[in-house]
Design a protein around this ligand. Structure first.
Ligand code: SF4
Ligand code: SF4
Length: 225
């Protein structure tokens, strides 16, 4: 499972950097490297673009996994070069941007060079598909492990819309109809009768619309024991 990112348009990045002359660049050795958005070659490419635009790059590094807590140690090692910069440009997912900002010693702007798109599964080399939007109340148990929220174009929870044709979604012939997939997998498992059960109205308060979600693992374990 990977966090899928795409590079922001360079004009947007340059807009962030308008007031900064010296920039420190950070890439990520995990998801952003895999997506070719913030690995070593993209960071070096960005370095050249910034230099061509008259900026100075005080340093750069690729943090092994920017969203990880260990990021703070990588930042400590590069503290002098980061201090010399007016800002940090993070070629990482949004979690990496926040992790870097959290652990920076100086109050220094951290700008994102990437857009974070979704959590994806690599279906074939270099091809990622969104598989979960982290709704907080998983229904995969009754949908044969196909997520209807991200795989169905209308996020239908109680069966198909009726518009599919030859197994493809009416929105695009490139999208397999999620409910066709669910039907076929349930049929294969001899569980078709489960399609007649009605999924109650979804509780979206446990999803992103309920505010920032938090969890205390220790407290959860204690309550379960
Ligand atoms: S139902 Fe919710 S938690 Fe389960 S896969 Fe879909 S979005 Fe993710
Ligand atoms: S055709 Fe299938 S995937 Fe597309 S919106 Fe309808 S039920 Fe969902």
């Amino acid at each position: 499972m990977k966090t899928i990112t795409r590079q922001k348009p360079q004009e947007e990045v340059m807009g962030y950097l308008a007031k900064c002359h010296k920039v420190y660049l950070i890439g990520c050795g995990t998801c952003a490297t895999l997506c070719h958005t913030g690995g070593k070659s993209e960071v070096l490419e960005m370095k050249e673009k910034l230099k061509a635009a008259g900026k100075e790059v005080s340093g750069w590094m690729i943090i092994p996994t920017a969203c990880d807590e260990l990021t703070k140690y990588a930042l400590q090692e590069e503290a002098q070069r980061i201090k010399a910069a007016d800002c940090v440009l993070a070629m990482t997912c949004a979690i990496g941007v926040q992790m870097i900002s959290l652990h920076l010693k100086d109050a220094k702007p951290v700008y994102p060079a990437l857009n974070t798109l979704f959590i994806g599964m690599e279906e074939s080399p270099g091809h990622f598909t969104e598989v979960c939007l982290q709704c907080g109340s998983c229904v995969l148990g009754r949908t044969a492990a196909v997520c209807p929220l991200v795989r169905c174009s209308k996020s239908l929870l109680n069966g198909p819309c009726g518009g599919s044709s030859e197994g493809k979604c009416e929105v695009s012939p490139d999208i397999p109809c999620a409910w066709q997939l669910i039907y076929e997998r349930l049929k294969e498992m001899g569980r078709l009768e489960e399609l007649e059960e009605i999924e109650p109205t979804k509780d979206w308060s446990v999803s992103v619309s309920g505010g920032p979600r938090k969890i205390d693992i220790e407290a959860e374990c204690t309550s379960l024991s």
